[in-house]
Design a protein. Sequence first.
Length: 568
Amino acid sequence: MKKLNIFFKLLALLFVVGACEEQDNIEPIGNWELSAPVLAGPAENATVTLDQSAPNAATRFEWSPAVSSKNYGVTYKFVIDSAANADFSTPILSMATGNGGKNTFIEPTAAQIDQALSLAGYDANTTVSLKWGVVAQSLSKEMISTGKLLSLKRFQNETTTLYISGSATEKGTDVNQAIMMRPRKDSNGKLTNVFEAYTRFTDGGTFQFYSQPNANSIVFGGAGNGTLRKKGTPIAAPGAGTYRVTVNLSNNTYSFTKIDKWAVIGGAFAAGWSGEEPLEYKGNGIWSATLSIEKAEDFIFRANSGWDMVMKRVKGTTNQLVQESQAAAEGKEFENIPVTATGKHVVTLNLSGDQYTYSLVKTNRPASMPDNLFLLQGNTVVAEFSADGGVFKSNVFLALESGKTYTLNSKRDGSGTAFTTSAKIGETTSPNADAVTATVNFATGNGAIAVSRDQAYQINLDFDTNKLTWKYYNMKLFHWSNWDTRDEFVMTYKHPYIFEGTHALQANYEMKFNSPWDVEFGTNSTALSGTMTHKGANYKGITQAGTYKATITVANDYKTAEYSFVKQ
């Protein structure tokens, strides 16, 4: 007991000593000083020209450190403000230095400084009188340097890139998905401050222009009567349709040109120079069609069946295009587009990005084959098929219902060429086979397509033979201790993608869900629910014999399935 009392006395003494030492380290705020940082370079009244051709070039600012009289740590914040402002309370640019704010220098890029000046309202290509300084902070104390005067010349152009984003656009309101506009250049390759883009608008929406596809961008909105201003209001779309949008940042204006269609015309096609073959708008500034090239002659692209918007090939290139009316200003020579091979070709006009291009890709797609094919249920798109030569494929299995009717159409809104079948999908004399498949005829026509039974169907349409092939799987639960005497329990399909059955299962038997032998699901897990994979291990999760409801929900590619066993 005596030793225990000595221990507690020592513990109490240590506590008192520790408390005294901690208190001694706490100084009243006024009992120590923090000096102001002393600015070094750039020198007073220095002039810095921001080079637009080198946006990542850095300007170094440095200073002597501030000092705490108690040697407390100091961090720094670099600030730039108008020379007319008395202090740095509302700086144009504020940046913490590196190394957690401890560095006594900073190197902002030309782009960072220029964007800050732009957002502060200074015009491009002007010289701005500024001052720069440093805010030093240590604990709750703060000291600001007196500041040095500085002349900064902004970039020649407000921005070298421009994007469109908003609810009216093809990409929606996510500015990270904004549509790039092409910056037009003069004959010397210099930026003209003019941008253009070909895109589709929806009616009733709005949009704005952005210097970058991110949240830190300079935003340009409307100021009325086709004029722009930074931080202006969202601009109303000119109406539903495809347009060329032109922006001139030299005079802050924008305009629209409606594009009713782009087409090809020339000796390469059957109608020659007296007719034209239209292209279909695919989205994102791209038009395309599968066309028959009849002669090894030339052709051009033209808009709206007129001659004021004509695209020709840039001489000396293999696929670059220039608008004929803009070629001289851009210093480009042009020519009609030559053709060397005849036959069916996919002709594509790409007016996206910063360089317009075209492509001619020979294809074995038959003349009757559309560019796109959709399966619709009412006005809802059930599937968009993908083209592989002369065949359109669903790729995945489509969960279709017998109580509904479907249509096939070359356009997602149902306004294009319609196709119908000679028999119902799923109509067969052997519906309970493991893998059930059949082929029916199809042709153009507006007749609805019926489905015989609820199932998940894979569908291919061969335009070379005008045959539609459908396929579906039935599933069984294989259950065995001896493979040769196995049980094959038939499962019932339920919409969508579900197979289920209630069966007497034995403990420690091996199991797999099968549609032999195309599909088989298993897993190493012994849990009563989870995920199985195609060609997975035999399942051994039933440890108590009994009647179980077994359920699997297959993925639409039959690669995985969610399973469960519930004892009844």
